[in-house]
Design a protein around this ligand. Structure first.
Ligand code: NAD
Ligand code: UDP
Length: 337
């Protein structure tokens, strides 16, 4: 079986291509390379022994996307392609709505016309906004606090509405908590452009000497050590979650949403400590003011995924930090641009 993977050259999409390949499903990658290196294909080949088919294309190009669906005879779409920087989305909201929302709407249109009725979408725990309760289950109210978050809410809504209108259609929204880690081969991982916004790449770049010090955004939260707590999940576990969701709902219709998290949260200090152990060195850090819009703590109730998909996260915090460190030391500047 062949599936089209939009954004398959990116961080989570590329790891999911490996998981699909391992499950006997052939991924065909569709990506505009706006935030990825063409070298990812070589890395995927080194890891899997297979050269994946790659189509250079934009999801906003409805005609090209439809042709890609037909040409590849894809039976489903795994949809990772999106812009993802929260801060940038508040500065350039229309660019985010255009790429993430309009792009997905035209994909959904092409899919219906090409009679491809299955979509697995990268959503985010950001759709829960500030949590009303913890752990967060899928029944938690949906809302957003920034344009990026709204793009996820809007796409989920559009998917639900298409499923309601078309009894053949099946959509799965996977709400990721905090994806981290890298492929254990050290060949593939996350390499953000510029100064990383996210904690794990910032710690990794500090450990390798690219950044001077980790700024801890707030040490007076109502948490065990005062720093923010999150549910970090290894990208390999996340990738397997996509395969599990697709296999479970392959012959199904309607809309389904699942949290993909571990159910456990770690503080910023926990993360620095774990990374220091992996890198076998002290990592400098200092307290800094809270970051606007941050919450004290969140973590998933992933019971629905466990019970329905027979999936749960297996990898540990030291797997996450060891694998990130291996990748960071192998490719301190990321892959070729
Ligand atoms: P990424 O930037 O590494 O990957 C996204 C890929 O999509 C890139 O390869 C980029 O070139 C491609 N792309 C972007 N716009 C495109 C377009 N218009 N047409 C074709 N390709 C396009 O990001 P990622 O971290 O792998 O995230 C994948 C998905 O998961 C995104 O939808 C993101 O919003 C979502 N997500 C990510 C996180 C996270 O922390 N990384 C958390 C929750 C949800
Ligand atoms: N954080 C931090 N310093 C950084 C980046 C992040 O202290 O340089 C904190 C942030 O305040 C939050 C946690 O680390 O408590 C995770 O932040 P990240 O941006 O990785 O994820 P998100 O905010 O999306 O959950």
């Amino acid at each position: 079986m062949r599936v089209l993977v939009t954004g398959g050259m990116g961080y989570i999409g590329s790891h999911t291509c490996i998981a699909l390949h391992d499950a006997g499903i052939t991924p065909v990658i569709y990506d505009n390379l706006s935030n990825a290196s063409a070298q990812v294909l070589d890395q995927l080949e080194k890891i899997t022994g297979t050269r994946f088919e790659f189509i250079l294309g934009d999801i906003q190009d409805e005609q090209q996307f439809k042709l890609a669906l037909k040409h590849t005879k894809a039976e489903a779409v795994f949809h990772f392609a999106a812009l993802k920087a929260v801060g940038e989305s508040t500065e350039q909201p229309l660019r985010y709505y255009q790429n993430n929302v309009s792009g997905t709407l035209s994909m959904l249109q092409s899919m219906q016309e090409a009679d491809v009725n299955h979509i697995i979408f990268s959503s985010s725990a950001t759709v829960y906004g500030e949590p009303d309760y913890l752990p967060i289950d899928e029944k938690h109210p949906i809302r957003a606090t920034n344009p990026y978050g709204w793009t996820k809410v809007m796409v989920e809504q559009a998917m639900q509405d298409v499923c309601n209108a078309n009894s053949q259609f099946m959509g799965i929204a996977l709400r990721y908590f905090n994806p981290v880690g890298a492929h254990p081969s050290g060949l593939l991982g996350e390499s953000p452009n510029g100064i990383p916004n996210n904690l794990m790449p910032f710690i990794a770049q500090t450990a390798v000497g690219k950044r001077e010090v980790v700024n801890i955004f707030g040490d007076d939260y109502d948490t065990e050590d005062g720093t923010g707590m999150r549910d970090y999940i290894h990208v390999l576990d996340l990738a397997k979650g996509h395969v599990a969701a697709f296999m479970q709902h392959k012959t199904d219709t309607a809309f389904h949403a699942y949290n993909l998290g571990t159910g456990q949260s770690y503080s910023v200090l926990d993360m620095i400590k774990a990374f220091s152990a992996s890198a076998n060195k002290d990592i400098p850090y200092k307290s800094a003011p809270r970051r606007a819009g941050d919450i004290a703590c969140n973590y998933a109730d992933a019971t629905k995924a466990k019970n329905t998909l027979n999936w749960h996260a297996e990898l540990t915090l030291s797997d996450m930090t060891n694998d990130t460190w291996r990748w960071q030391t192998n490719y301190p500047r990321g892959l070729e641009s």
